[in-house]
Design a protein around this ligand. Structure first.
Ligand code: SF4
Ligand code: FES
Length: 248
C-alpha cells in the first residue's frame, strides 16, 4: 500500500505546531498502525531527520498510552480497539491519513503526538484507591460475598485503561466517563464503601480543577471508548456525588 500521511508535528509545548505531509510506500496490510509509524520513523532517522514522537508501551490494548487521533476519530476508524490494535488492512491503497494528538485543555501537547495526561494521575490520586492494611492479616477477597451482577459491573468499570479517548472525542473535553469508571469500580464493591463519600467528592473536585469540561450527554465518549465503558457509570457517579454531597 502507498499512503499519504498528514501528521501533526510540534517541537515542544510552546511551539505552534503544524501538519506535515509524508509519503510512505510498501506498507503491508498486516502491519499494525504503530509499526507503520515505526517504518516511517526509521526512514526519517536514515535521512537524518527528527523522528515523530508518539506514545506507546504495551502495544496490545492494555496500557492506554497510544493516544492517536486518526482521521478525526480517537484510536482510528475501528471500534472497541486502541490505536496499537489497529491494522493497516483497515485502510486502502492510496489513502490519505490524518494523524493528530488528543486535543483538550487538560491534555497539553508535549511533543508531536504526545500529550501530558498527568491530570488523570492527579484525579486517581485524589481518591481512586482503597486503603488496605497489608500487614499480613489481609482477608482473602473471596471470603466477602458480592452479588454477581455488581461484581460484573465493577469488573467492567475496572477495564478502563485511562487512555483519554473519552476526553478527546467529547466536544466539551469532559472526563466524566473516565472518572465515573474509576468511581464505579469501587462504589459497587463492599471494599469501596469506607472511603466512598470522600472518593467521589475529591475526584470530581480534582477533575474540575484540571480544566475538563462538563458532560452534556452526547455519548461520543461511550462510542469511542476502546473498552466499551458504559454511560451507566456516569449516571452512577452522579448518584454517588449527590449522596456524598448530602452527607458531607
Ligand atoms: S473510559 Fe474508555 S476512553 Fe475513557 S479513559 Fe477509560 S478506557 Fe479510555
Ligand atoms: S500501546 Fe498500550 S494500549 Fe496501545
Amino acid at each position: 500500500m502507498n499512503l499519504t500521511l498528514k501528521i501533526w508535528r510540534q517541537k515542544n509545548a510552546q511551539d505552534a505546531g503544524k501538519i506535515v505531509d509524508y509519503s510512505l510506500t510498501g506498507v503491508s496490510p498486516d502491519m499494525s498502525f504503530l509499526e507503520m509509524l515505526d517504518v516511517l520513523n526509521q526512514q526519517l532517522i536514515d535521512k537524518g531527520e527528527e523522528p515523530i514522537a508518539f506514545d506507546h508501551d504495551c502495544r496490545e490494548g492494555i496500557c492506554g498510552t497510544c493516544s492517536l487521533y486518526i482521521n478525526g476519530r480517537a484510536h482510528g476508524p475501528d471500534t472497541k480497539i486502541t490505536a496499537c490494535q489497529l491494522h493497516m488492512r483497515s485502510f486502502k491503497d492510496g489513502d490519505t491519513i490524518y494523524i493528530e494528538p488528543w486535543r483538550a485543555k487538560a491534555f497539553p501537547v508535549i511533543k508531536d503526538l504526545i500529550v501530558d495526561r498527568t491530570s488523570f494521575d492527579r484525579i486517581q490520586q485524589a481518591g481512586g484507591f482503597i486503603s488496605v492494611n497489608t500487614s499480613g492479616n489481609t482477608q482473602d477477597a473471596n471470603a466477602i460475598p458480592i452479588k454477581k451482577e455488581n461484581a460484573d459491573k465493577a469488573f467492567d468499570a475496572a477495564t478502563c485503561i485511562g487512555c483519554g479517548a473519552c476526553v478527546a472525542s467529547c466536544k466539551n473535553s469532559s472526563a466524566m466517563l473516565f472518572v465515573s469508571a474509576k468511581v464505579s469500580q469501587f462504589a459497587l464493591l463492599p471494599q469501596g464503601q469506607v472511603e466512598a463519600t470522600d472518593r467521589v467528592l475529591n475526584m470530581v473536585k480534582q477533575m474540575d480543577e484540571e480544566g475538563f469540561g462538563n458532560c452534556t450527554n452526547t455519548g461520543a465518549c461511550e462510542v469511542e471508548c476502546p473498552k466499551g465503558i458504559s454511560l451507566e457509570n456516569i449516571a452512577r457517579m452522579n448518584r454517588e456525588y449527590l449522596k456524598a454531597s448530602l452527607k458531607a
